[in-house]
Ligand binder design. Structure first.
Ligand code: NAD
Ligand code: MG
Length: 361
């Protein structure tokens, strides 16, 4: 049977083109003649010739204005992705969002821009892509709760004392996903799931008490939506980011990918358990920051970015990451940001506090 095609070319701007998500996105785009890469950006690596419009570093908004995309895939890592997220949301340009940090940090500002702009906001994060698919078209009143899964990372099952000496290389050895360094460390501390909890709150307008996190070591179930009638819908698939990337770029067509279909005959282990919040305190801190609201999530993200960089540079032990984030959250006011300037100020202040907590007197 011939595949249905998109009605017209979709012009894509890919930000973070040299990263883990970026490279997989290029593979997806290359496989679909109706997807055209019109712009590409990287932080520091040369990408000349990859697309008609390219940019290394600098102002991503300028690139977006110049290239007039139909869809922006934001796969930049960290708060640096924020201007591009806000630009797409405000200008009514469809946004495929991998850069969870921008939504976590900007929360209400991003949602306000989204409702003014009115274009699609399609998550690329695997759990959120899964949740988006389970929730699409549902009556919000029928939803009991959303469950997002966590692999548990390389240190699943360990307690605090067993994490005192872990090295950077151990933290970077993720059991089920191959990703950029920052998110891999976040997966080892469970800060990634903390960021994802806040991301889910904003994406799906669900209060925190309706979002649960469970550990699911094989990363085959990505999200589950429980409905009030006792039925639950789960989204399953092998852990491969090309699936959510392709879903977002070809939405609503759900184009074919080269990923094998789920092989049930080979057996599936569906094991779930509670996360250990006493060992992986960054998950508990994220829930607290989310519930506090205002710029607390922005501060959580900023402090985590500073601490992860210090850990990767060998300036901070693994357990120090949570301490820096906890100290920073204890020191900020968390006042809501009414403007982008106020948000940037909150981010800057949290970074300064985190740097100070890194180097105690
Ligand atoms: P990565 O480190 O592999 O790649 C990051 C990309 O961003 C690189 O191309 C880098 O050059 C670019 N970049 C960094 N700073 C920039 C700047 N100031 N301006 C322009 N480009 C800049 O990271 P990744 O693993 O691909 O993750 C990207 C984002 O996607 C993160 O927010 C991450 O949390 C999210 N995400 C990643 C995965 C995954 O499987 N890798 C899964 C879910 C979500
Ligand atoms: Mg994820």
């Amino acid at each position: 049977m011939p595949e249905p095609t998109l009605r017209r070319m979709r012009r894509i701007a890919l930000l973070g083109a040299t990263g883990s998500i970026g490279r997989q996105a290029i593979e997806v785009i290359s496989a679909h003649p109706e997807l055209e890469l019109v712009a590409a950006a990287s932080g520091s690596k040369a990408i000349e010739g990859l697309a008609p419009h390219t940019q290394v570093g600098g102002d991503l908004v300028e690139l977006l204005e110049r290239s007039e995309p139909d869809l922006v895939l934001n796969a930049v890592v960290g708060f640096a992705g924020l201007p591009a997220t806000l630009w797409a949301l405000e200008h009514g340009v469809d946004l495929a969002l991998a850069n969870k940090e921008s939504l976590v940090a900007a929360g209400e500002l991003a949602l306000a821009a989204h409702s003014r702009g009115g274009a699609l906001l399609i998550p690329v994060d695997s759990e959120h892509s899964a949740a988006f698919q389970c929730l699409e078209g549902r009556d919000p009143g029928s939803i009991h709760s959303l469950v997002i899964t966590a692999s548990g990372g390389p240190f699943r099952g360990r307690v605090r004392d067993e994490l005192l000496e872990v090295t950077r290389d151990e933290a970077l050895a993720h059991p089920t996903w191959s990703m950029g360094r920052k998110i891999t460390v976040d997966s080892a501390t469970l800060a990634n799931k903390g960021l994802e909890l806040i991301e889910a709150h904003f994406l799906f307008a669900l209060p925190y008490e309706q979002i649960d996190v469970v550990v699911h070591p094989t990363s085959v179930v990505h999200a589950i939506v429980r409905f009030r009638d006792g039925a639950s819908l789960a989204h399953l698939g092998y852990p491969d980011m090309r699936v959510p990337i392709s879903f977002a770029l070809t939405y609503p067509k759900r184009a074919a990918t080269p990923i094998p279909e789920l092989d049930l005959a080979a057996g599936l282990t569906l094991e779930f358990h509670e996360p250990d919040l006493e060992t992986f305190t960054l998950l508990a801190l994220a829930r607290e920051a989310g519930e506090r609201g205002g710029t607390a999530p922005c501060a959580y993200n900023a402090a985590n970015e500073v601490a992860v960089e210090a850990f990767l540079d060998g300036r901070l032990p693994f357990l120090g990451i949570a301490e820096v984030v906890g100290d920073t959250l204890g020191a900020v006011s968390g006042e809501p940001a009414r403007t982008l300037d106020e948000l940037v100020e909150a981010d800057t202040e949290a970074r300064a506090l985190a740097e100070r907590s890194l180097a105690p007197a």
